[in-house]
Design a protein around this ligand. Structure first.
Ligand code: ADP
Length: 268
């Protein structure tokens, strides 16, 4: 300990800087570990379908399969596995873009109603046995359009995929003070309390074996979480096994129609 107060002060400052640098290095190391884990998981997830595709192609090439129905089955498997790889690559790209682009979000005034209606229209084509109900206020948010589209797509497609035959999907989009709230509720298989804590982890799928027949990458909800974090919002999960799931995303990005109109006039 120095008897000069100035020297003592400098020592304290140096100590503080040292602590800050140490904390920063720890954070960087942690980020690096998470990234490495992600890439190693991603390669593993891509290798699995690739191995199947190769296996089926080899069987066909060796003429080990002759029966036309079996040949067709083989080809269908190749197509399914290729689709799965495409989805994986799309989702991996989306996550990596969200991570690198977090600092420069391309915000604009997005009219929620037409965008949501378009997404529901596209997704419900392949879900004819489900009943859809959309309750959407005519509102605008200040956000990246692509993020809103991904948010709607991921949550609604889950409500479709994990539903029951003749089930229902309720979609709500409204504002609460200055928050934009988006909620999707389904009458599907539900998520156990234990799994609710894990569904946002990358590549996590409940019961991998059973969900094999349902297409998915285990990345959709990680993307949703990333979007919520980007806008400093929150996600709530309410679910009961065999009864259904409700996922609510709250983002502080609501703007009134009026502001939107003014802005439009100003830019015109
Ligand atoms: P996936 O591509 O597998 O759908 P997600 O990240 O979107 O990946 O979801 C992770 C897992 O959480 C899913 O595999 C599924 O097991 C479970 N899950 C997600 N949404 C629902 C839902 N609405 N109902 C029941 N289970 C769900």
């Amino acid at each position: 300990e120095s008897s000069y107060p100035e020297v003592q002060q400098i020592e304290n400052t140096l100590q503080e800087m040292n602590d800050e640098i140490k904390a920063y290095i720890l954070q960087l190391e942690n980020e690096k570990r998470v990234r490495q884990e992600f890439f190693s998981n991603a390669s593993h997830e891509l290798k699995t379908p690739l191995t199947s595709v190769r296996g089926y192609a080899e069987l066909l090439r060796a003429h080990a399969i002759q029966e036309p129905a079996q040949v067709d089955h083989c080809l269908d498997c190749i197509l399914d596995e290729s689709d799965h790889m495409t989805r994986l690559i799309q989702d991996i790209m989306a996550i990596s873009k969200l991570e690198t682009g977090q600092l420069e979000v391309k915000r604009e005034y997005v009219a929620i109603k037409p965008l949501l209606e378009q997404v529901v229209k596209n997704l419900s084509v392949n879900a004819k046995n489900l009943r859809f109900r959309v309750l959407c206020q005519d509102i605008d948010v200040y956000a990246d359009r692509k993020h809103m589209q991904m948010l709607f797509n991921n949550l609604i497609s889950n409500a479709i995929k994990y539903n029951k035959p003749n089930g229902s999907v309720l979609i709500q989009a409204y504002h609460k003070k200055s928050d934009f709230v988006f909620a999707v509720e389904d009458s599907g298989i539900g998520i156990s309390e234990e799994d609710q804590a894990r569904i946002f982890q990358r590549f996590f799928r409940v019961d991998k074996q059973r969900s094999k027949s349902i297409p998915g990458t285990g990345l959709g909800l990680s993307i949703v979480k990333h979007i919520a974090v980007t806008y400093q919002g929150t996600i709530d999960v309410n679910s009961k096994l065999q009864e259904g799931t409700r996922i609510t995303v709250t983002l502080p990005i609501y703007t009134t129609n009026k502001e939107f109109q003014n802005e439009k006039q100003m830019t015109e």
